[in-house]
Design a protein around this ligand. Structure first.
Ligand SMILES: Nc1ncnc2c1ncn2[C@@H]1O[C@H](COP(=O)(O)OP(=O)(O)O)[C@@H](O)[C@H]1O
Ligand SMILES: [Mg+2]
Length: 251
């Protein structure tokens, strides 16, 4: 059975169709990249899937269940977690407390929430900073806090929104390792929005391409990069850039 199925999803803001007639399936264990130009509707799609927006058309099935219009906490409880492109500060909480907010989805015990959060912080090299405010951290560490908080909810499906944006090449490599660990060791299915093509190409089994709210292509990374429509809509502007040219040697 598909883990996730989007069926003719649409999201309109006033007259603007940010998502239009989007259909795709995600099978358990997949790692899927979601790419497309700025404003294509990628974050909107995540918001619809995770329950932040109620789609104005279509249906969402999660593990076979119709979850269209479910609230974010309901989706989280069912096992879908998302990270945000831009870190949303959670009040005055420090890093440990931030991650514990995630843990509390599955337990009422403060001790259990804390120990789960601490082991995630350990894994993510954040233990020494546990008492710091997130806003005071370098961007790479902020991205890891966001990941840790999402993982503390024990997701089945993790939606990652631009976790490599603003990172340097070494930090991008670390992030690739971290996402691989989440996928392989924690057995979490992953959909990732990313402009850093190196990360998309190295990690994705399959890539979905959005342009102007519509799904214009879907396929293996090596096929996707050769499709004229995809090059025109998105990759053209990135050809010759360091992050893209690296992919041709790697993956
Ligand atoms: N809450 C909102 N209200 C109105 N318009 C929005 C809202 N969220 C996104 N949009 C619009 O929807 C389109 C897609 O945005 P977004 O999903 O953020 O694109 P992407 O993540 O691919 O860059 C853009 O034109 C954006 O301005
Ligand atoms: Mg976005």
């Amino acid at each position: 059975m598909d883990l996730l199925s989007a069926q003719g999803l649409g999201m309109s803001f006033g007259g603007l169709l940010a998502n239009h007639d989007i259909s795709f399936e995600i099978i358990p264990g997949e790692m899927v990249g979601l790419i497309g130009p700025n404003g294509a509707g990628k974050s909107t799609l995540f918001n619809c899937l995770a329950g932040l927006y109620k789609p104005t058309a279509g249906r969402i099935l999660f593990q076979g269940k119709d979850v269209t219009g479910f609230k974010p906490y309901e989706m989280a409880r069912l096992g879908m977690a998302r990270t945000f492109q831009v870190y949303v500060a959670t009040g005055d909480l420090n890093i440990l407390e931030n991650v514990m907010v995630g843990s509390f989805l599955r337990t009422r015990s403060k001790a259990k929430a804390r120990s789960k959060a601490e082991s995630l912080l350990e894994k993510m090299d954040l233990r020494d900073m546990a008492k710091e405010r997130v806003a005071n951290l370098p961007v790479a560490a902020q991205k890891r806090v966001v990941m840790a908080t999402a993982l503390a909810t024990d997701p089945i499906l993790l939606l990652l929104d631009e976790v490599a944006a603003g990172l340097n090449p070494k930090e991008i490599d670390d992030m690739i390792g971290l996402v691989r660990w989440v996928h392989a060791d924690l057995h979490v299915t992953v959909i990732l929005i990313e402009h850093v093509m190196e990360l998309v190409m190295k990690l994705s089994h399959r890539v979905l391409v959005l342009d102007s709210g519509q799904l214009i292509a879907e396929g293996e990374p090596s096929d996707i990069v050769l499709q004229p429509g995809v090059i025109k809509a998105y990759l053209g502007e990135r050809y010759g850039t360091q992050s893209f040219s690296r992919n041709s040697q790697g993956a």
